[in-house]
Design a protein around this ligand. Structure first.
Ligand code: NAD
Ligand code: HP7
Length: 311
């Protein structure tokens, strides 16, 4: 049984980590969050220690280490801009990391992580759950079975509506979340790289606080993409879940809708990590570089390859 700490226990995604720790037969020793709405912990680990001050948390973790009970993993569910310092804290204590996406905001931060891994002998693992989605795996196999010189024409539409709260939270501030293409898009840029190979071209056609669109070339695909958290863009056949989403990949007229099937992917991610097969720093590089470039890119006016929703 492995011993865990959790950073960001009061947030939206933390319950999926609590569930994954429990379902993989492991133990939560301690959690920290600046917000104390963490009653959810009782459903999984009623005995766990909890702190609202990072200093108290870090003292506790260091004491455990000195008493010969070093933690095995620190799971990180804090806001994106805090991933890097929180990962450094774990690595410096020789503890492996399981960190939410985006692993870091800037490409250069990946090199810092590698330095810390080497210096302290601990490993970074990330949550790239779309790589475990059955529809995505099937598509990857289909692409790999096609003639090697086949380049697919792809339209990717990723619509996931959010209320007014989103822009008022840390997610609405570029310096904290990286903006919508980083915070939400990073999943599908990683997925596109996973399916279609190396990225060779990256242009941005539109960018505001709720919506972003552009054109990407990979070894095996040309992709017109459109991402929005604005409900006004949703089509009539959007999937009605807790709210409306529409996640679709159109490959030369054949549509793959992949709005469902997300629920257990965190537990599967943990299973892989615990088996030593986690996605590490370098697995994240392509998508982190993609969003890093997108944040700084000049907008292409009158593009040759606009996504249909932009026309
Ligand atoms: P959230 O705002 O709901 O939760 C973040 C939590 O971190 C909050 O409870 C906040 O109080 C806490 N926090 C802030 N500063 C802290 C600090 N210094 N120390 C300790 N805790 C601190 O956000 P969320 O949606 O849960 O997102 C958390 C992370 O998970 C982000 O990196 C996000 O990108 C990622 N995420 C991933 C998925 C996915 O599909 N894999 C889904 C949602 C969020
Ligand atoms: N929701 C909340 O209640 N709180 C939140 O903070 C977020 C959502 P989905 P996920 O918005 O930051 C996606 O669209 O897939 C509500 C991204 N993941 O299915 O869980 C929401 O309003 C993730 O990287 O959200 O998360 C819905 O009612 C990104 O950080 C419901 O939860 C996150 O949005 C489900 O909404 C975000 C993927 O796209 C795979």
């Amino acid at each position: 049984m492995k011993n865990f700490a959790l950073i960001g226990a009061a947030g939206y995604i933390a319950p999926r980590h609590l569930k994954a720790i429990k379902e993989t037969g492991n133990n939560l020793v301690v959690a920290v969050d600046v917000n104390d709405s963490v009653g959810i912990m009782d459903s999984h680990f009623p005995e766990a220690e909890f702190f609202t001050e990072f200093e108290e948390f870090s003292g506790f973790v260091e004491d455990l280490k000195q008493s010969g009970h070093k933690l095995d993993y620190v799971a990180i569910c804090s806001p994106n801009y805090l991933h890097l310092p929180h990962m450094k804290f774990a690595l410096q204590n020789g503890i492996d990391v399981i960190c939410e996406k985006p692993l870091v905001l800037n490409t250069a931060d990946l090199d810092a992580l590698t330095r810390y891994e080497n210096e302290y002998g601990a490993k970074v693992n990330s949550i790239l759950q779309l790589r475990l989605h059955p529809s995505i795996i099937a598509l990857r196999e289909k692409v790999q079975a096609a003639p090697a010189d086949k380049v697919f024409d792809v339209d990717l539409t990723y619509l996931t509506s959010r209320g007014k709260w989103y822009l008022k939270s840390w997610k609405g501030f570029d310096e904290k979340s990286g903006g919508v293409a980083t915070n939400i898009g990073v999943h599908f840029y990683d997925m596109l790289h996973f399916i279609f190979g190396k990225i060779t071209h990256n242009e941005v056609h539109y960018r505001d606080e709720k919506t972003s669109s552009g054109f990407l070339k990979y070894e095996r695909a040309n992709v017109r993409w459109f991402l929005s958290i604005d409900a006004n863009h949703l089509p009539e056949n959007a999937v009605q879940g807790e709210k409306l989403t529409y996640r679709s990949i159109d490959i030369e007229g054949e549509e793959l809708e992949f709005s469902g099937g997300f629920t257990d992917l965190h537990t599967q991610s943990y299973e892989r990590i615990l088996a030593g097969q986690g996605y590490g720093v370098e697995d994240n590089r392509a998508a982190i570089e993609t969003v890093d470039v997108m944040r700084k890119a000049e907008i292409v006016r009158n593009p040759e390859n606009p996504h249909p929703l932009l026309q």
